[in-house]
Design a protein around this ligand. Structure first.
Ligand SMILES: [Zn+2]
Length: 50
């Protein structure tokens, strides 16, 4: 076990605006959720199901 597996704190300030956490509609169920970024288009419940 190593401490390096710990997730570093993400600094969103350098990211482009569209890649910042914001409210989005889930692509699967269309419910509003807080997206962590551009690549995150599914709500937590849909992601945990797939
Ligand atoms: Zn969903």
């Amino acid at each position: 076990m190593s401490e390096s597996t710990k997730k570093p704190e993400i600094d969103y300030s350098y990211r482009p605006e569209h890649d910042r956490p914001q409210k989005r509609a889930c692509l699967n169920c269309q419910s509003k959720f807080t997206s962590e970024g551009w690549g995150n288009r599914l709500c937590t419940s849909c992601r945990s199901r797939t």
